[in-house]
Design a protein around this ligand. Structure first.
Ligand SMILES: *[C@@H]1O[C@H](CO)[C@@H](O)[C@H](O)[C@H]1NC(C)=O
Ligand SMILES: *[C@@H]1O[C@H](CO)[C@@H](O)[C@H](O)[C@H]1NC(C)=O
Ligand SMILES: *[C@@H]1O[C@H](CO)[C@@H](O)[C@H](O)[C@H]1NC(C)=O
Ligand SMILES: *[C@@H]1O[C@H](CO)[C@@H](O)[C@H](O)[C@H]1NC(C)=O
Ligand SMILES: *[C@@H]1O[C@H](CO)[C@@H](O)[C@H](O)[C@H]1NC(C)=O
Ligand SMILES: *[C@@H]1O[C@H](CO)[C@@H](O)[C@H](O)[C@H]1NC(C)=O
Length: 640
């Protein structure tokens, strides 16, 4: 007869996120590299992607650098991108300016101190709606000079300048303990007339000479074949740029033509647009920017928002386009941070998009530390070397499903239950032998997630070769879905490594995840309870009950107590042996609820489990097995 430990307690919702105290790492272990096998970056060996924003220190007074960088950090960005305008630093040949508003090293250090990584675009040409694209006007003293080519006079001036700026940047590289993760060579060179690959090769050599072999060097070009032909070069990682009007799939396919493997990168995703004197101010609608950004991020791509903070063309620094149209003094750009550094509506909306992606992703980083596996067709649990628990299958909707569209497993290949969502909106559950089709809705390009649960392998009869996961193809409106990203989830390690609580982590994420969470998505809930010490005979064996909970898995102090499913019955309580309970420290309960939790922000008391002194394993069942198999395939006949 178990002892009476009857106690209720509230569980705080805390999605699993974040990890790793990395600040104390030995600088000489710092690495930042491309993982070609898994299409991503690795930072200190860990999967990494950046969500960056452009800010040009030359367009913001030093007085405001910290303020603007902090606001970018608070938007959820993990990196910034900046140009280095050559003419700003060398206004006359050999006259270098690096003090005060020109102190680019201080600007980069400041970003570092605020925890932002830096993507550096040191030119020599930068475009940027900046006078002569950053090239010093004095280059034109040789009237016949061919800019951005192998013209020896141009190369000599460039070489001298690179010999000044790049050595200043070298100690600021990530590998050397600084924040600079990647460095761009030239800028949209493929859109220029010279198409001189020897010039690019010269730059590549000089960048390597000054910065070393370890830093990732890249190019950026418009996502069109003709641009990439002249802009891309072996040895420089090709990235593309495009704005909201662009077909994202087509743009990244263009990057793939140059870089069949490696991370997807949009180096300039336009949050707004440039202006000319005499033309109406350009704006880009917040909703369009938000939905494109979501699409880009949902594909796992890296992105830089150009501009996140535009600033001002002080003095004479504005550039011009042709047919001749000069740019005005304001470079506000309709960016999320206004020219004066104010937070706009766009800022808050984009912050929310970034937040949403980060929370989900951080949970996946912890649950799937080795990263996902890509496959055209679904792989089984065995094929991804996962034997128990859960695997997340992710792809994108290939078509608009604006009316309910059937998602099916025609061969009854969901083994055993799949919790289906589209862009984080729950759609329902597919279940082996009972629900093989489900209507879903969502836009083309939306993220389709199926969290597939292994409910236990067949242990009797001729079907004991029981493979788990998506063991056959899924169809959407009868077409086979392809292009899967598969995350084997290590729930035990994730639970174990979070037993000490979620201390030292960013509470701002926790708060937000709490208030915006949809309680009908699979989620982890964690709570503590204490057993007073000094009371004789405590702890005792007990039973845990789940009022209002639906179906899931529960751990106490890291001990996996098993599955609960009061919504189906007949078992309503799980046995809790006393040896796993502690009196010296609080006991931690972690609940993975797959369908629906009783939690409600307005009434936290509901978000609780209960310990009772008697088991309930014979409640009325609320679900009947289908009386006959739901599929016509005869091999299903004796599966029970
Ligand atoms: C940092 O790592 C390097 C290479 O492993 C090692 O030689 C050096 O002693 C370490 N420095 C510190 C301060 O731990
Ligand atoms: C976007 O581009 C892809 C690949 O080229 C194409 O299959 C798709 O139809 C395009 N989508 C739209 C809406 O044009
Ligand atoms: C599904 O496919 C059918 C036949 O190809 C088509 O008529 C129908 O519009 C499609 N439904 C949706 C929601 O796309
Ligand atoms: C999915 O369909 C493709 C094409 O018909 C086939 O080659 C593949 O084996 C199928 N995959 C599974 C897991 O059934
Ligand atoms: C649970 O207790 C531990 C230890 O006191 C604490 O660090 C942690 O923050 C608590 N977690 C929650 C969710 O209350
Ligand atoms: C949660 O999901 C339900 C079902 O799809 C949806 O109706 C509801 O709007 C969502 N709630 C929130 C807060 O997103």
């Amino acid at each position: 007869m178990p002892g009476a430990l009857v106690r209720t307690f509230s569980l705080l919702l805390a999605p699993l996120f974040l990890c790793c105290a990395s600040g104390l790492r030995n600088a000489s272990w710092k690495t930042f590299e491309i993982d070609y096998s898994r299409d991503r970056f690795l930072k200190d060996g860990q999967p990494f992607r950046y969500i960056s924003g452009s800010i040009h220190y030359s367009r913001v007074p030093r007085f405001y650098w910290k303020d603007r960088l902090l606001k970018m950090k608070m938007a959820g960005l993990n990196a910034i991108q900046t140009y280095v305008p050559w003419n700003f630093h060398e206004p006359q040949p050999g006259n270098y300016q690096f003090a005060e508003d020109h102190d680019v090293e201080y600007f980069i250090q400041l970003a570092h101190e605020l925890g932002l990584l830096v993507i550096l675009r040191p030119g020599p040409y930068i475009c940027a709606e900046w006078d002569m694209g950053g090239l010093p006007a004095w280059l034109l003293e040789k009237e016949s000079i061919i800019l951005r080519s192998s013209d020896p006079d141009y190369l000599a001036a460039v070489d001298k300048w690179l010999g000044v700026i790049l050595p200043k940047m070298k100690p600021l590289l990530y590998q050397n303990g600084g924040p600079i993760i990647t460095v761009q060579v030239e800028n949209e060179y493929g859109s220029y007339v010279t198409c001189d690959h020897n010039y690019l090769r010269f730059l590549l050599k000089r960048f390597r000479y000054h910065l070393g072999d370890d830093v990732v060097l890249f190019t950026t070009d418009g996502a069109q074949e003709e641009f990439l032909q002249c802009g891309a070069l072996q040895g420089l990682y090709t990235t593309v740029d495009f704005g909201t009007g662009h077909n994202i799939t087509a743009a990244f396919l263009m990057q793939r033509k140059s870089e069949p493997k490696g991370p997807l990168i949009n180096s300039e995703f336009y949050t707004g647009w440039l202006d000319h004197w005499g033309e109406p101010h350009s704006t880009v609608k917040t909703e369009k920017v938000a939905s494109s950004l979501y699409d880009i991020l949902a594909r796992g791509a890296n992105v830089n928002l150009y501009m996140f903070m535009g600033g001002t063309n002080f003095a004479y620094w504005n550039g011009a386009n042709t047919p001749y149209a000069a740019q005005p003094t304001s470079y506000d750009y309709d960016a999320p941070l206004s020219e004066a550094g104010d937070l706009t509506e766009k800022y808050f909306v984009l912050r929310k998009v970034i937040q949403k992606l980060k929370t989900v992703e951080a949970a996946l980083d912890i649950l799937c530390p080795s990263g996902p596996i890509k496959s055209l067709y679904p792989l089984t649990f065995i094929q991804v070397k996962q034997y128990f628990g859960f695997v997340l299958y992710r792809t994108t909707l290939p078509q608009d499903c604006s009316s309910p569209t059937p998602l099916s497993s025609p061969l009854n290949g969901v083994h055993d239950r799949a919790y289906v969502s589209v862009d984080g909106v729950p759609q329902g559950i597919l279940e082996r032998n009972s629900v093989i089709t489900l209507n879903i809705m969502g836009k083309a390009g939306a993220t389709l997630d199926l969290l597939v649960e292994n409910m236990g392998r067949v242990n009797y009869g001729k079907y004991i070769n029981d493979f788990k996961g998506l063991v056959s193809n899924l169809t959407l409106n009868s077409s086979i879905l392809t292009g899967w990203t598969i995350f084997p989830l290590d729930t035990e390690d994730a639970v174990y490594s979070h037993l000490g609580g979620w201390d030292g982590q960013d509470d701002s994420y926790r708060g937000k995840a709490h208030s915006s969470s949809n309680y009908t998505l699979p989620a982890f809930y964690v709570g503590n309870f204490s057993i007073f010490s000094g009371i004789p005979d405590l702890p005792q064996d007990t039973f845990i009950q789940f009022p209002g909970w639906t179906k899931g898995q529960v751990w106490i102090n890291g001990f996996n107590l098993g599955r609960y499913w009061p919504a189906r019955g007949p078992q309503m309580t799980l046995f809790v042996p006393r040896h796993i309970l502690k009196t010296s420290t609080p006991n931690t309960v972690i609940v993975l609820e797959l369908e629906h939790a009783p939690c409600d922000d307005n009434d936290p008391k509901l978000c609780a489990v209960k310990f009772v002194d008697r088991p309930v394993i014979s409640a009325a069942v609320t679900h009947n097995r289908p009386s006959k198999p739901v599929s016509q395939h005869s091999w299903l006949g004796d599966m029970w």
